[in-house]
Ligand binder design. Structure first.
Ligand SMILES: Nc1ncnc2c1ncn2[C@@H]1O[C@H](COP(=O)(O)OP(=O)(O)O)[C@@H](O)[C@H]1O
Ligand SMILES: CC(=O)OP(=O)(O)O
Ligand SMILES: [Mg+2]
Length: 455
């Protein structure tokens, strides 16, 4: 593969933001607003949305595809179409590009920058333009994010072919967590080995936490640097982050996105010794042919990343199905392991792990918490999950407003109030996170990316 710095289309300002999640590809196209306020973190709109597209269930085909233009005058809207040809992130991106060409009169040569969410950024300290060197460096980190980095890299490769005039820029999930203090980010192992091999807590979902911090501080009209938040990003991958005085202070994911909460196909934290009792071939390397880059993970890592979580407990990786089946069975169902009880087990287990971290993080903030925030597909949409978590943390002073909680829907809002306490600092909020918008805003505000392009 050959990567070189592309030539730009002058005067144009389209930003494509691509978010390769573990089971989804979320894509948004933005126009950069020309009179941008200079300082970062500005409340002015620096980009305007043109379209959104989402491919979900990539890891459990058939994948579903949606596409919607902000202005319906051009093209049409695709509402949840199953697409058999989508097998991975690269084919998902290619389907999106075909759809864009056929259904919207947007000239893709006007895309100046493609922002890629890259989950593992190792020790990168800022977003990086993709060159031969940075591409290969991100590739070397793929073993530490086996469900993620490969997908993002395959989309970068597709961009080089399909959008040769656009810059690809990597935005890292890990950046937000750089301020986590050393005693929290370190593992209790020999530090010479840890430092040499980069064995520490990196933390992920950072683009989401960064977006949420700004959105909630605007909502509460408080400076981000004064905010103490406990934020739950609950999606196919799930994590919790504690933000102290506007900076990451701790988070549940670690060296890799496997640690902490369970997820769609991930176990979350287990006793490390469990690995060797689960299978006696745990240390063997498995080569995953479904990924675009060669990922070298052990059988144990493969099992805990891809063959655990909701999918292993219940047979479905879709948390909405788990909640529905659990409710159909009713509170007293006793279907045994193979019956409906497995859905209740998955739900209760998830709630248990979440509230364990909430308690720990509440103590880390010495009880000074501006808000508990729910986000991610499950946090934003599951009334039941929010209600149950709230019930369990009522002892800390968080009280849910059941009516407000039940009425949270999708739509144009960013932050919604679901707590009954609005004044005493123990608020409960839902935030519709937007990693693509976070990347596009950061990109639009970064003058070094625009100097040569727009002059
Ligand atoms: N109403 C709902 N109730 C419970 N879970 C839901 C609901 N709607 C969506 N979800 C879950 O959200 C998860 C996807 O979250 P999302 O953050 O969009 O995914 P990703 O991690 O791929 O970015 C899926 O497990 C989906 O089932
Ligand atoms: C880091 C992570 O798990 O991301 P996602 O939830 O998008 O899979
Ligand atoms: Mg995600």
């Amino acid at each position: 593969m050959s990567l070189s710095t592309p030539a730009h289309t002058p005067q144009s300002g389209l930003i494509l933001a691509v978010n390769a999640g573990s089971s989804s590809l979320k894509i948004s196209l933005f126009h950069r607003v020309s009179d941008i306020a200079p300082e970062k973190g500005s409340t002015h709109d620096v980009v305007s949305l043109l379209l959104n597209s989402n491919v979900s269930n990539i890891s459990a085909p058939p994948a579903s595809f949606t596409f919607s233009l902000v202005s319906h005058r051009e093209g049409r809207e695709a509402n949840k179409q199953p697409v058999e040809s989508i097998k991975d992130h690269a084919t998902a991106f290619s389907h999106f590009l075909d759809y864009l060409k056929e259904e919207a009169s947007i000239d893709r040569t006007e895309i100046v920058h493609v922002c890629h969410r890259v989950v593992h950024g190792g020790d990168y300290l800022e977003p990086v333009v993709i060159t031969e060197e940075s591409y290969h460096h991100i590739e070397t980190l793929s073993d530490l994010a086996p469900l993620h980095n490969g997908g993002a890299l395959s989309v970068m490769e597709a961009c080089i072919v399909a959008l040769p005039r656009a810059n690809s820029i990597a935005y890292f999930d890990t950046l937000f967590h750089r301020p986590i203090p050393e005693h929290i980010a370190s593992y209790a192992i020999r530090q010479d080995i840890a430092k040499k091999r980069g064995l520490k807590k990196y933390g992920f979902h950072g683009l989401s936490y960064s977006y949420i911090l700004e959105a909630v501080s605007q909502y509460l009209q408080k400076d981000p640097s004064e905010m103490n938040l406990i934020v739950m990003h609950l999606g196919s991958g799930a994590s919790v982050c504690v933000i102290k005085n506007g900076k990451a202070y701790d988070t549940t994911m670690g060296l890799t996105p496997l640690n902490g909460l369970p997820g769609a196909t991930r176990s979350g934290t287990v006793d490390p010794s469990l690995i060797f009792h689960y299978t006696n071939r745990a240390g063997r390397i498995t080569h995953d042919r479904r990924l675009a880059v060669d990922v070298h993970v052990t059988l144990a890592e493969d099992i805990l990343n891809r063959r655990a979580g909701w999918a292993a407990l219940t047979g479905t990786a879709d948390f909405a199905v788990i909640v529905r089946k659990m409710k159909e069975a009713g509170p007293d169902a006793s279907g045994g392991w193979d019956g409906e009880q497995k859905y209740r087990l998955a739900f209760d287990l998830f709630v248990d792990r979440i509230v364990g971290y909430l308690g720990s993080y509440f103590v880390k903030l010495r009880g000074k918490v501006d808000a508990l925030v729910f986000s991610g597909g499950i946090g934003e949409h599951s009334v039941e999950l929010r209600e149950e978590v709230a019930r369990k943390v009522a002892c800390l002073g968080f009280v849910i407003d059941e009516k407000a909680n039940a009425e949270v829907g999708s739509g144009d809002w960013v932050v919604a109030e679901v707590g009954a306490n609005h004044d005493d600092g123990k608020r409960m909020l839902v935030c519709q996170t937007d990693e693509q918008l976070e990347m596009a805003k950061e990109c639009a505000l970064e003058s070094r990316f625009w100097e040569q392009v727009l002059n």
